[in-house]
Ligand binder design. Structure first.
Ligand SMILES: [Zn+2]
Ligand SMILES: [Zn+2]
Length: 292
């Protein structure tokens, strides 16, 4: 017998969870739920910060980006829970495990264990073939597999158009994402080494919201991740209306990301937010408030 939720509790969650767009006074809703904001092997291995990626809602279109370790558990235990069966697509920026570990279990959840063939997976080719992370059996469960290519698009996901960025300098094939919905653009700059071309590429898409992975604070080593100073350079060049920092390594966490964000906000004159686990960014409202 299937255990039922206690009376009174379930209807409330259901009402919150199943947003009825027709009844929604804000049809242009853009929400980004940060299921995990940790990056780097040490932070992820010890789960100092969670690593579940981002659950995005653009109106009725729901997209899960970079489902790292714990993504499914984080999605289901959030209040109200995220429902994988309502997902339109799962998108991977690259195949490193902190971005892709839960992709197969998330595909199973999205497709009701493979019994309901639906949804899409979008990922670079090396996540799908060769030493792939999306297992062949799980690839058969989804309706559509799309290979992400450099500076390409639009890829259509429900009501959203997705454009990929220039290729990032990272150990595996890695692309940033520009999500376009109802005249607004949310861009995601994942891991990679800094180069000037990043600024030009992201600026060309004129993002309203730019989410940046900032793993390191300062580093003299030649690493393939952005440091805080390089993230500042990117924000200075791109000038989104709202910037969100996330995917922190230990050195960044030691520096107190909210404090760094406040400093940047003051310095650059744009809204800067340091994400934390479980943070819901109501981008539509945030942008409307800035415009007002
Ligand atoms: Zn990473
Ligand atoms: Zn990586």
């Amino acid at each position: 017998m299937i255990a039922r939720s206690p009376p009174g509790r379930y209807p409330k969650i259901a009402a919150e969870c199943h947003r009825d767009l027709a009844a929604n006074p804000f049809p242009g809703v853009i929400e980004i739920l940060f299921l995990g904001t940790g990056g780097a092997r040490f932070v992820v291995a010890r789960q100092i910060r969670a690593s579940g990626g981002m659950w995005m809602r653009f109106g009725k279109t729901q997209i899960h980006v970079d489902p790292g370790p714990g993504a499914l558990v984080r999605a289901l235990s959030h209040v109200p829970p995220c429902n994988p069966r309502e997902l339109e697509a799962i998108v991977l920026s690259h195949k490193h495990l902190d971005h892709s570990n839960d992709v197969n279990v998330m595909i199973e959840a999205m497709t009701s264990g493979g019994f309901n063939r639906r949804g899409a997976v979008l990922a670079p080719i090396d996540a799908l073939e060769g030493e792939h992370v999306v297992l062949p059996y799980a690839q058969k469960f989804v309706e559509r597999i799309e290979v992400l290519r450099e500076s390409h698009g639009p890829y259509h996901i429900g009501d959203v158009e997705l454009f990929t960025s220039i290729r990032h300098l990272h150990a595996v094939e890695t692309y940033g994402m520009h999500f376009r919905y109802e005249g607004r653009t949310v861009s995601y700059l994942p891991c990679g080494k800094f180069f000037e071309g990043l600024i030009d590429d992201y600026r060309a898409h004129a993002p309203d919201v730019l989410i940046v992975n900032v793993l390191r604070f300062r580093d003299s080593m030649d690493v393939d991740h952005l440091t805080f100073d390089q993230a500042r350079k990117v924000l200075q060049g791109v000038r989104p209306r709202v910037a969100v920092l996330q995917h922190f390594g230990t050195k960044m966490l030691e520096q107190d990301p909210p404090k760094l964000a406040r400093g940047l906000e003051h310095e650059l004159g744009i809204r800067v937010i340091a994400a934390h686990d479980g943070m819901l960014l109501d981008a539509g409202t945030e942008l409307a408030a800035l415009a007002g």
